[in-house]
Write a protein that binds this ligand. Structure first.
Ligand code: LLP
Length: 479
């Protein structure tokens, strides 16, 4: 293949015309190179960021997030308005959550979806109106339900029959009426990685369509519950509208059937809109997918002769994924000869100072990422590379396949694109690495929004260590 420099490069990986280029498809809007060739994030160079906050470092382009999230909100609302209804847009906070982003979401007038007591606590602490919070989860504890009802969350999504009684009893004890949705497993498997597909039969989420009428009757019969409507979430990182459309049709047929028992104000279509992780990706715009979905909603409602309900969506990744990047420092480098393929090949293994603890997605889903040399440009030839972490696992990979300049060297900084969703939130302390800090950059100013963990944070939970050091100030290597 003319566009392959190496026999082990995947077909989709094009040899970059310019190895230093910054593809707007994957990078935040305010990431560019300065006149020295160094990467700038909203006016701050990666060197400045690394010097001030250390590496690895999660960096969010705040204006990019605001514009992206606003654009998606408007696209979903427009798609709904076209068919004579409204759309409530929840930010799925599992993608990335801290109180700062809750305040951004709040400023944008978005609602927020939380999936645990911890996420609920963070959303509440971020100051959003509890009425704009929706609580999910397939195994909410009574304590979590109690906190949500007491806070006055706008909706709780029922995921199993037993939760109906649990939510009703908690609401009864607090003398409240709690609005609930019922999550349906429509059996549709959206076209994505198997582990990311949540609406097919053989999985833990939701209620089969056939079982829904009895459960809805139970909800309606309880004076401490109010039935808001049905909910689905067909999967994540979805590019094709087909799965959304098929699942939504099934949901509307059920919605229509249930109307005989009373009004149903809303229909929640879930999240899952895919994004570009690498230049070879071609994610459709959220507007395009949303229009396809609302066209199907309108057609199905008209066929069944029912009123179009108010819609709700729950995108996470699409709002925040491309707004965040990770900066790493390069440590060791190896040109590994591979002789067991059809042709001998070499892959450059570039080790960085983080890895699967700050980005678990390649190890979990074989997710692909894109990287560039960030602290300088290079005139060297492109070299097929794999960016790996510092953990004791061969699957500890940050960027599976990409080209980096052949002269990439220790102490260079690399930037990895589209790490804004499900990287910080899936991070761990594997090998006792401390979780990196998170900064937001705007108009030439970098602001710490989540401080990095220290070893003292890790020792703070180690009981024997704490007992041995009782009374003395705990050690903190980073001061
Ligand atoms: N609503 C519900 C009920 C969900 O379970 C999810 C994601 C979303 C909305 C948001 O989906 P999004 O728009 O972000 O695709 N850890 C995986 C993704 C798991 C998603 C789980 N649920 C990853 O890193 O790709």
């Amino acid at each position: 293949m003319a566009n392959k420099l190496s026999p082990i490069a995947p077909e989709w990986l094009k040899v970059p015309g310019d190895i230093n280029s910054i593809d707007a498809k994957v990078w935040p809007a305010n990431v560019k190179r300065d006149s020295n060739g160094e990467l700038l994030v909203a006016g701050v160079t990666v060197d400045e960021l690394a010097n001030q906050f250390g590496t690895p470092l999660y960096v969010y382009d705040q204006d990019d997030f605001m514009a992206r999230a606003e654009g998606i909100k408007i696209a979903l609302q427009d798609a709904a308005a076209r068919i004579g209804t409204t759309a409530k847009v929840y930010y799925a906070s599992k993608a990335f959550l801290c109180t700062e982003i809750v305040s951004w979401v709040d400023q944008l007038g978005l609602s927020i979806d939380v999936a645990s007591g911890g996420e609920l606590a963070a959303a509440l602490a971020g100051g959003i109106d509890p009425a704009r919070i929706g609580l999910h989860g397939n195994n909410k504890s009574l304590t979590e339900i109690g906190r949500a009802v007491a806070a006055g969350v706008g909706a709780i999504v029922v995921d199993s029959e037993i939760e109906i009684e649990r939510i009703a009893s908690v609401a009864g004890a607090q003398d409240k009426v709690q609005a609930v949705r019922l999550r349906i497993n429509t059996g549709v498997h959206a076209n994505t990685h198997d582990f990311l597909a949540t609406a097919r039969e053989d999985q833990k989420f939701g209620i089969p369509i056939a079982d829904a009428p009895a459960l809805v009757a139970k909800i309606r019969a309880d004076r401490h519950l109010k039935f808001l409507g049905l909910h689905q979430h067909v999967g994540s990182q979805i590019f094709s509208s087909d799965g959304f459309i098929e699942s939504t049709r099934r949901l509307i047929a059920l919605h229509a059937q249930l109307l005989s028992g009373g009004d149903i104000p809303e229909l929640n279509i879930g999240g899952g809109f895919g994004i570009n992780y690498k230049p070879a990706d071609n994610a459709p715009s959220v507007a395009k997918v949303a229009f396809a979905i609302t066209d199907a909603v309108a057609a199905e409602c008209s066929r069944l002769g029912i009123k179009v309900p108010a819609l709700a969506f729950e995108p996470g990744r699409a709002l925040v994924g491309n707004a965040g990047i990770t900066i790493y420092n390069v440590g060791t480098i190896k040109d590994v000869k591979i002789t067991d393929g059809a042709e001998p090949a070499t892959r450059k293994y570039v080790s960085v100072d983080g890895g699967m603890s700050d980005n678990a997605r390649p190890a979990l889903y074989e997710a692909e990422y894109h990287t560039v040399l960030a602290s300088r440009t290079s005139k060297a030839v492109p070299s097929l590379s794999r960016v790996v972490g510092k953990h004791c696992e061969s699957g500890d990979i940050v960027v599976l396949h990409d080209y980096l300049p052949a002269d990439v060297s220790p102490n260079d900084l690399l930037a990895v694109a589209a790490t804004g969703a499900y990287c910080y939130s899936l991070s761990s302390n594997y090998n006792w690495l401390t979780r990196p800090p998170v900064v937001a950059v705007q108009n030439g100013q970098a602001r710490l929004i989540v401080r990095g963990e220290t070893e003292a944070d890790l020792f703070a939970r180690d009981v024997r260590y704490q007992a041995a050091h009782a009374g003395s100030a705990s050690r903190n290597e980073k001061g």
